[in-house]
Design a protein around this ligand. Sequence first.
Ligand code: ZN
Length: 257
Amino acid sequence: MIKVTIWNEFRHEQEIPAIAAIYPKGIHGQLAEALAAEDLEIRTATLDQPEHGLTDEVLQSTDVLVWWGHCAHALVRDDIVEKVHQRILEGMGLIVLHSGHFSKIFKRVTGCTCSLKWREAGEKCRLWNIAPTHPITQGIGEYFELPHEEMYGERFDIPEDGKVIFIGWFEGGNVFRSGVTFERGYGKVFYFQPGHESYPTYYDANVIKVIGNAIRWARPVFFRAHSAPNSPALEEIRSVDTAPHAAVLQNADGTNR
Ligand code: ZN
């Protein structure tokens, strides 16, 4: 079983009736329901729960964390972001959805501003599958379309080591790296663009398929704490430089050390 925690800031659904009508159980509730499968043990967590629902116990028993946030990124506690980051470096998978591109945790794992262009015009979006052999695109055709999405466009400020899985095209003319994977420490990270709160995107079968595939791809191979051990040589080192210039290092005050 893969232990999945779906995190949602859960503000729009409580504050805006039109969005509550689309996601009466919250985006997290819809994702949990749509992703339900025999190999997944799914629970949810939200911003307003104690410790945002991400206690040490929850993080220690999460294989893959799914993240949706938008208007309340700044309210996520830095010490909890730090714990999530450490857990990713140790092996936990992270799936960042839509406006999660500006979350503290995605900025942390990418080291970038994660800025992008956007436009809310309800336009058509076509996602091209450019990595057909990748585990995340299995069961997805050459492309799929969403009738209405918020436009996210380039330039998307993310690191160049991201592997692009989907390229998004928008009716208004923009393109976007809509699905990108990263590896950080022992953890795998996937960013996926669809999911604006005012459209029923998380009811779309292709979107759910991709997120489900990504969860299975990002499951940890193992968890391991990072350390920086001194490494004894495996063989005798015969070429050790014993000349004075190499052996004598000086302290700032001119004495040898
Ligand atoms: Zn949005």
